[in-house]
Design a protein around this ligand. Structure first.
Ligand code: R5P
Length: 316
C-alpha cells in the first residue's frame, strides 16, 4: 500500500525524454508544468495541476547548461512546496559539481556541498541519484538520499558479448573501486592507470600502468566522460602496452566540445554510456552506444513511493 497519496512525476527542461520513459515504465502520464526564461534571463516555473498531498518526483539531471538547470530545479522544488505537495523527491540522474567535493587547493569552494544545501533548503524531502563522482557526497545532504548504480547495466552489456581474456582498467586511481565492481561482475582481473591532470583545465594524461593488459581485450570504466581526454589518453597507453581491442564505458555522457570526434578517431573500439544525460543527435557517432536507465529509475521511484527496499534492486 502506498505510504503517500498519488504518485506524480514532473520534468524540468534538462531531460524530458528520460522523464517520459520513466513515466512509461510506471504506466502514468507526465505531470503538467512549465519552466521558461523571461527576456531578462530569469527562470519562471508554474505547476499546471493540483499537487496537494501528492508524492511528487522531479526529474532533472544537472545537465549543461548546468547553472540554468540547477536553478530551474530549485525553483521547481519551491513551486511544489508552496503548492502543498505531500513529499518532494528530486531525481537527479547526474549530479553536477561532484568533482568539486573537497578543498584540495587553498581558497577553493566545496561546491558539491553548497549545491546539496541549496536543494535541501529549497524544500526537497529526498534525493534519488545515480553514480555520484564520490560516494561521500551522499553525506553532504541532510535529507535521505538513494544512490543507484548503472555499473550492473554496463557490465551486462559486455557480459553478453563473451569477450575473451578481458581485463577491466581504471583510467585513474579514483576509478579503481568502480573498476573492481565491474570486474567482479565480469569475472575479470583489473589494471589501474596513473593519470595526471595538467593544471585546472580539462587536460588529462595517462602516464603509467599498474597491472598487465598485454594480449588481452581491455575495458576502461569511469563515472563520466567530459572532454574524452581521460579515455582517449588511457586507450593510447593500453595499446602501447599491448592490449588487443580497447572498449570503454561510463555512466554519464557529458561529451563536451570536441569529445565525440576525439573518441570516434581514437584507439577505442566502442564507447558505451547511459542516458542519465541527454545525448543529442550531433553528439552521437557510430561507435557510441547509449543504454537507458529509465527502468532503473522507474523501479526505484515505484519502490520509494511504495515503501519498498531500493537496496534490494542490487542484491543478487
Ligand atoms: C575524474 O576524476 C572523473 O572520474 C573522470 O575521469 C573525468 O571527469 C573525465 O573527464 P575527461 O573526459 O575530460 O578527461
Amino acid at each position: 500500500m502506498a505510504i503517500f497519496e498519488d504518485l506524480r512525476v514532473f520534468s524540468g527542461n534538462a531531460h524530458p525524454e528520460l522523464a517520459q520513459q520513466i513515466c512509461s515504465y510506471l504506466g502514468i502520464t507526465l505531470g503538467r508544468s512549465e519552466a521558461f526564461k523571461f527576456s531578462n534571463d530569469e527562470t519562471f516555473v508554474k505547476i499546471l495541476e493540483n499537487v496537494r498531498e501528492k508524492d511528487v518526483f522531479l526529474i532533472q539531471p544537472i545537465a549543461v547548461p548546468v547553472n540554468d538547470n540547477l536553478i530551474e530545479l530549485l525553483i521547481m522544488i519551491d513551486a511544489m512546496r508552496r503548492a502543498s505537495a505531500g513529499r518532494i523527491t528530486t531525481v537527479i540522474p547526474y549530479y553536477a559539481y561532484g568533482r568539486t567535493d573537497k578543498k584540495d587547493q587553498p581558497r577553493v569552494a566545496i561546491t558539491a556541498r553548497l549545491v546539496a544545501d541549496f536543494i535541501s533548503m529549497a524544500g526537497a524531502d529526498r534525493v534519488l541519484t545515480m553514480n555520484l563522482h564520490a560516494g561521500q557526497i551522499q553525506g553532504f545532504f541532510n535529507i535521505p538520499l538513494d544512490e543507484l548504480s548503472a555499473i550492473p547495466l554496463l557490465a551486462n552489456n559486455f557480459k553478453e558479448r563473451n569477450l575473451d581474456d578481458l581485463v577491466v582498467v581504471a583510467p585513474d586511481v579514483g576509478a579503481a573501486r568502480r573498476a573492481r565492481n565491474i570486474a567482479d561482475l565480469l569475472g575479470a582481473p583489473i589494471a589501474i592507470i596513473e593519470k595526471q591532470r595538467l593544471g585546472n583545465d580539462d587536460r588529462a594524461e595517462a602516464v603509467s600502468l599498474i597491472g598487465s593488459v598485454e594480449g588481452r581485450n581491455a575495458l576502461l570504466v569511469d563515472d563520466e566522460i567530459l572532454t574524452g581526454g581521460t579515455m582517449v589518453s588511457a586507450a593510447g597507453l593500453l595499446k602501447e602496452k599491448g592490449a588487443l581491442d580497447v572498449y570503454c564505458c561510463a555512466v554519464h555522457p557529458l561529451l563536451s566540445g570536441t569529445a565525440p570526434e576525439l573518441l570516434r578517431d581514437s584507439e577505442l573500439k566502442e564507447v558505451v554510456v547511459t542516458d542519465t544525460l541527454p545525448v543529442p543527435q550531433e553528439k552521437q557517432f557510430g561507435d557510441l552506444k547509449v543504454l537507458s536507465v529509465a527502468s532503473l529509475l522507474g523501479e526505484a521511484i515505484h519502490r520509494i513511493h511504495s515503501g519498498l527496499s531500493v537496496g534490494a534492486m542490487f542484491e543478487h
